[in-house]
Design a protein around this ligand. Structure first.
Ligand code: AMP
Length: 283
């Protein structure tokens, strides 16, 4: 496995595969790799001839007061995980490589980035869309892999690629969970054992939502009310949002019909956690 820290070197590494007409897969990450990331790497490994994992804690997607400084950066362990997973090349640039001076060009995806996390994290998706555009331009993948865990990010990147005619396919892989149901996340490292147990309540609320929809409930208000009750069983859990939106447009669902995204964001102490499920109400 090769490790590239510069744009020239990662471009050089993918060149041979591109010349041969091989398929290049990119898994963009911020590192602190876990089984969720590995599932994306495995999907890429299956489809592609050359798999690149990028590891970059992107400063422009963090807001003021967020966890950019304390975000875990265990590079050696990450490289070992990549090696074991059969990655061909890791692109791990320094901030100065990705943003060598003042950045004047930004990519903004409208509408889709306004609700849900967009409301609580202004500028976040502008940072995400910009860094993904840069990574796509640097690596030139045929396919890029994202996780359903970050549903709004996946929808936004799909739209970005479509609107800007970028020549790559976006594949979204299912959320990998702990046995408790808690979605695996690099940020789970911030949680105490008790908080981890408490955090499992998020998935309980999501499952209850699925049960209600399966039982024929069509009122988002009723479902959200019940989900909030379940989340509030953990007194220290601060609810940022519980939303049911159209899975494609991310507009608030007035009534449960078709494919809906049920999304939750909470805070446990200083840790922000998000999770979601997609439900096809089939009505
Ligand atoms: P991150 O390093 O947190 O920016 O995540 C990198 C990619 O891994 C994103 O596309 C995430 O959606 C995806 N990802 C993170 N956690 C999970 C998970 N538990 N299951 C599946 N994909 C995940």
């Amino acid at each position: 496995m090769e490790v590239a820290q510069t744009i020239e070197s990662i471009r050089y590494l993918v060149k041979a595969t591109r010349r041969r007409g091989g398929k290049i897969g990119l898994v963009p990450t911020m590192g602190a790799l876990h089984v969720g990331h590995v599932s994306l790497i495995e999907a890429a490994r299956k489809d592609c001839d050359f798999v690149v994992v990028s590891i970059f804690v992107n400063p422009t997607q963090f807001g003021r007061g967020e966890d950019f400084e304390k975000y875990p950066r265990p590079l050696e362990a990450d490289l070992e995980i990549c090696r074991k997973a059969g990655v061909d090349a890791v692109f791990a640039p320094a901030s100065e490589v990705m943003y060598p001076g003042e950045n004047l060009t930004w990519v903004t995806v409208e509408k889709l980035t306004r609700p849900l996390c967009g409301r609580c994290r202004p500028g976040h998706f502008r940072g995400v869309a910009t860094v993904c555009t840069k990574l796509f331009n640097i690596v030139g993948p045929d396919v890029a892999y994202f996780g359903q865990k970050d549903a709004q990010q996946a929808v936004t990147i799909r739209r970005l690629v479509r609107d800007l005619n970028m020549p790559l396919e976006i594949v979204v892989c299912p959320t990998v969970r702990e046995p408790s149901g808690l979605a695996v996340s690099s940020r789970n490292q911030y949680l105490s054992e008790q908080q981890k147990k408490d955090a499992a309540q998020i998935y309980k609320a999501l499952q209850e939502c699925r049960r209600m929809i399966d039982a024929g409930q069509t009122s988002p208000k009723r479902i959200i009310g019940r989900m909030r009750e379940i989340l509030q069983q953990v007194p220290s859990m601060e609810i940022e949002y519980v939303s049911i939106v159209d899975a494609e447009t991310l507009e608030t669902a007035g009534r449960i019909a078709g494919r809906v995204l049920v999304a939750v964001a909470v805070r446990l102490g200083s840790t922000r956690l998000i999770d979601n499920i997609l439900v096809d109400a089939g009505r």
